[in-house]
Design a protein around this ligand. Structure first.
Ligand code: ADP
Ligand code: ASP
Ligand code: MG
Length: 415
C-alpha cells in the first residue's frame, strides 16, 4: 500500500460531470489499496474570472485582497469533489491551505512555501479518508491567505508529496504528459516517456506551462518521483526522471518551449562608461520587474544600446522607469516593442552535440524569420522574434530537429 499525491488541474475539474469523473478515478485508486491525497485547482477559467472582477474594481488590486479573492476558486472545487466522493460512499474531507497549515512567506500573489504541517492530513488518512487539499494557496505566519502564483497547484502537490514522503506525485492534466512541444501548437508533437529534471526545469522556466517551475524545483531538490498524466485517457504519462546519466545516443533536443507575452525595451545611445548596465537595469529589477534576455552592443561612437525583455504586462511600467533614467543619463531614446515572443530549444544533449545553434538559425532563416536577440546557456538556446512568427518558428524547429511522432496520423483515433 502506497501513499500517492494526485493533482487535478482546472480543465480536469472544469464541470460537475468532470468532478464526478475525477471522484470515480480516485475511488479506483482507493480500491487498489493506496492512500490518496488529492490537490485540486479551481474550475478552468475561474481564476481568470476572479482576476477580471478585481480589475473592474481597482486598476491595481491590493495583493492581500487579491489573494483572499483568488483562493476562493480552489475552495469551491475541494468541497464539490468531497461531496462527489462521499455520495459514492468514499470517506473524504476537504482542507484549505490555511487549514492544513501550508505556511508561506508574505509575498502575496507569488508566495513561496516554507513549511507544511502534515499532522492533520495524516490523522485523516488514518481514518481511511481521502484527503482533498486546495491547491495554489497557503497562509503566512500572521494568518493572511496567500497564493503561490499562476499554476501554483502543481507546487502545492509536490510540496505535499515531500512533506508526506509520498511514493509518487501525479499531476493529472488535459494532455497525456510532457510533449516535445505544446501539442496544441504542433500536432505531431511526441509524448515523452521521461525527461530529466534539468530539462523540465528549463522548459518550465522558458514558457511550457504544463508544470509550474517551483514544482519542478521542489521535486528535483527533494527527489520526489513526479509524473504528468492525462485525467481523461489511460497511459503512463511522462516521468520527470531523477537519472543523472545521459545517453550519448539521446537526441540533442528534448523539447521546444515558447513564451508569447514578451516585450522588448531598448535604451539607445547610453554613454559607454563602467556601471551603465547597472544604472539602466538596476531600477527596473528593484521595482520587482523580472528582466529576461539582456544584450548590450556598441551603438554610435562612444555610446551603447542596451536591450532586454520583460513580461508584456510589466512593460509599460518598465518603460516609465527607463524614460526617467534615460533623461538623467542623457540617453538618446527608449523604444518599447510589445510584439515579440521567445522561442527556446532545450536539451541536455546539447552538451555533447555540436552545431545545434547553426541548425536552429538555418531553420528560421529558411522561413524568413528575423532573429532579434539570441541567448544561449549550456542546455538551451533562445531567440526573440516577432510574435507573428511564433507558431511558424516552433513548427519549423520541431521538424528541423525531427522531434515529431513517427507514428503520427497512423492511429485513426488520434486527434
Ligand atoms: P492544468 O489546468 O491541468 O494545470 P495547464 O493548462 O496548466 O493544465 O497545463 C497543461 C497545458 O500545458 C496543456 O494543455 C498544453 O497546452 C500546455 N503545454 C505547453 N507545453 C507543453 C508541453 N511541452 N507538453 C505538454 N503540454 C504542454
Ligand atoms: N487556479 C490557479 C491558476 O489558474 C492555480 C492552478 O490552477 O494551478 O493559475
Ligand atoms: Mg497548470
Amino acid at each position: 500500500m502506497a501513499l500517492i499525491v494526485q493533482k487535478y488541474g482546472g480543465t480536469s475539474v472544469g464541470s460537475i460531470e468532470r468532478i464526478e469523473a475525477v471522484a470515480e478515478k480516485i475511488i479506483g485508486f482507493r480500491e487498489k489499496g493506496d492512500d490518496v491525497v488529492v490537490v485540486v485547482s479551481a474550475m478552468s477559467g475561474e481564476t481568470n474570472r476572479l482576476t477580471a472582477l478585481a480589475l473592474n474594481v481597482m486598476e491595481q488590486p491590493t495583493p492581500r485582497e487579491m489573494d483572499v479573492l483568488l483562493a476562493t476558486g480552489e475552495q469551491v472545487t475541494i468541497a464539490l469533489l468531497c461531496m462527489a466522493l462521499i455520495k459514492r460512499g468514499c470517506g473524504a474531507r476537504s482542507f484549505t491551505g490555511g487549514q492544513v497549515r501550508i505556511l508561506t512567506d508574505e509575498s502575496h500573489t507569488k508566495a513561496r512555501i516554507r513549511e507544511i504541517d502534515s499532522n492533520l492530513i495524516l490523522t485523516q488518512l488514518e481514518k481511511g479518508d481521502v484527503v482533498v487539499v486546495a491547491g495554489f494557496q497557503g497562509v503566512d505566519e500572521y494568518g493572511n491567505i496567500t497564493t503561490l502564483g499562476r499554476g501554483g497547484s502543481d507546487t502545492t502537490a509536490v510540496a505535499l508529496a515531500v512533506a508526506l514522503s509520498a511514493a509518487e506525485c501525479q499531476i493529472y492534466t488535459d494532455v497525456k504528459g510532457v510533449y516535445t512541444t505544446d501539442p496544441r501548437v504542433v500536432q505531431d508533437a511526441r509524448l515523452l516517456k521521461s525527461i530529466t529534471f534539468e530539462e523540465m526545469l528549463e522548459l518550465a522556466s522558458l514558457g511550457a506551462k504544463v508544470l509550474q517551475i517551483r514544482s519542478v524545483e521542489f521535486a528535483g531538490k527533494y527527489k520526489v518521483p513526479l509524473r504528468v498524466l492525462s485525467t481523461f485517457e489511460e497511459g503512463e504519462g511522462t516521468l520527470i526522471s531523477l537519472e543523472e546519466e545521459i545517453d550519448m545516443e539521446d537526441p540533442a533536443i528534448a523539447g521546444i518551449a515558447f513564451e508569447r507575452d514578451e516585450a522588448k525595451l531598448t535604451v539607445a545611445g547610453v554613454p559607454d562608461v563602467p556601471g551603465i548596465a547597472y544604472t539602466v537595469i538596476g531600477p527596473v529589477s528593484d521595482a520587482g520587474i523580472e528582466v529576461d534576455v539582456i544584450v548590450q552592443n556598441a551603438g554610435v561612437e562612444g555610446t551603447n544600446d542596451i536591450t532586454f525583455t520583460v513580461k508584456r504586462a510589466e512593460s509599460d511600467e518598465a518603460k516609465k522607469i527607463l524614460d526617467k533614467i534615460a533623461k538623467s543619463i542623457d540617453a538618446r531614446e527608449v523604444v518599447l516593442d510589445k510584439k515579440v515572443c521567445k522561442v527556446s530549444l532545450v536539451g541536455v544533449g546539447m552538451r555533447s552535440h555540436a552545431g545545434i545553434a547553426s541548425r536552429m538559425f538555418k531553420a528560421l532563416a529558411d522561413e524568413n524569420i528575423n532573429i532579434q536577440i539570441i541567448t544561449t546557456s549550456e542546455i538551451k538556446i533562445s531567440v526573440v522574434i516577432d510574435e507573428k512568427y511564433l507558431e511558424l518558428a516552433v513548427r519549423a524547429l520541431h521538424s528541423a530537429f525531427e522531434l515529431g511522432d513517427p507514428d503520427y496520423g497512423k492511429n485513426p483515433n488520434q486527434a
